[in-house]
Design a protein around this ligand. Sequence first.
Ligand code: COA
Length: 158
Amino acid sequence: MILQTARLTLRPLILNDADAYLAIRHHPEVARWVPKPLPGVIERFSASWEERRYAPWGVFRDGKLIGHGGLNYVPEFGETEVLWALHPDAWGKGYATEVARAALDYGFETLGLGLIFAITLPDNLASQAVMKRIGLTYRKRVEYRGFKDVVWFDKSRD
Ligand SMILES: CC(C)(COP(=O)(O)OP(=O)(O)OC[C@H]1O[C@@H](n2cnc3c(N)ncnc32)[C@H](O)[C@@H]1OP(=O)(O)O)[C@@H](O)C(=O)NCCC(=O)NCCS
């Protein structure tokens, strides 16, 4: 499932992307906000593509991997989140918002999801700015995987 946005190519990650992908996930400015991935992350995304027709895409600019973004099923909440993480060199250009808008369209229109949420830590203002730009609304605080104070934004299809 490959999508083209105005400036970016979104395509499922493959094992050949692993080195570039893990370098981004382990970058300190990214790992500060998004836990480092467990081994087998690309295989788990591939399984989710098979099972649900969605998982986070690899985000490519001019053929180069710059991060991930897209839809992810979260069993703890029984709902689908939209997420994003880009290499710091790709911040400040509107790329996360571009990916997130494509992900919402895909989730609501192609997949027919009823609700899409996003969560982050209260001090991750850059991520909350993306949530607001794509039309998600702040609803509540939740506990998630040991983090006691996580902000929850969401949007329904209607
Ligand atoms: C969260 C994250 C993806 C946000 O990235 P970002 O670059 O701030 O967000 P966007 O892609 O929406 O870009 C918006 C910025 O690009 C600017 N911009 C420049 N050119 C633009 C264009 N053509 N179109 C839109 N915006 C543009 C906007 O003005 C805005 O700048 P500002 O933050 O100074 O107001 C990034 O900070 C990140 O990867 N952080 C680490 C991982 C993380 O926290 N993930 C989320 C966990 S919940």
